[in-house]
Design a protein around this ligand. Sequence first.
Ligand code: ZN
Ligand code: ZN
Length: 325
Amino acid sequence: MNKVYLILFFSFFCLLAAISSQDFRWYKGNTHTHTINSDGDSTPDEVVRWYKEHNYQFLVLSDHNFLTSVDGLNSIFGAKEKFLLIPGEEVTDSFQGKSIHINGLNLKTVVHPQHGSSVTSTIQNNVNAIRKVGAVPHINHPNFRWSLTAEDLLQIQNNKLFEIYNGHPSVQNLGGGGLPSLEEMWDTILSSNKLIYGLAVDDAHNFKGEFSSSRSNPGRGWIAVYTYELSAVAILDAIEKGNFYASTGVSLSDIQITDQHIKFTIQESPSFKYTTFFIGDGGKILTKRHGLNVEYKFTGKEKYVRARVVDSMGYKAWTQPVFVK
Ligand SMILES: [Zn+2]
Ligand SMILES: [Zn+2]
């Protein structure tokens, strides 16, 4: 399976190169945000304005069980200003007190919660309903109310994305009390040979009043996607192929993945220092690097390799995993 992934991965990059490498660039975006159409405090217009003014290029408005129309917003913000709104929804379901929230990206029609007879069937039914209308699912905040486990996520088919960081103050990203962090869950899933990509998102609700760690303000988690144009199709194709990194504040460039190595450059903030951890099977740290230009050469013994960059203020970036053998 892993060889197949690697071949597909390289075929994809060859295809990209054929289209024209100079048209490719990074687009910064957030796939999880709320407005007054559910429990956010601001109108869609105000929310879009915040992201536009903070140098994002795309945004998904993902209200609970409500599809916020983006046509008008795209004509206001998109035409001259190069900002893309991708229509979305947070399909908000539950099973016996467990919160099951699945985002649908690029939805044309609202998807109602599908329910199920177990946690996993509830997740799967919602993922299937999102896929059925041609949209892209992502599984949200597994540790919110300690709802989803890595073992649950391992059973889900047809889903390639889940949140490894969510900026809402009550989602328990780091685990605790014997329960795993979202990053530990990620390694458990990858170590079981299931390829899943990790997203960082805001899940922002509060654009007004005080910005503090106890409120769900914007600007905390995002992704940067490497693709050929700012369109929903290009962005989502790239995301589902893992051509992005997730971040809470560290920016990367020149990510190169060949059959020999992973290599990238960290964008320096003045006086910040950076440590990069290359991580493999079982969440084991394969090696640690300092500095701005980092490289990991595959030995051939790894199952998968991914990188976590941590800066001297604790902000992070995560590259997507590559299966090596
Ligand atoms: Zn949620
Ligand atoms: Zn949400």
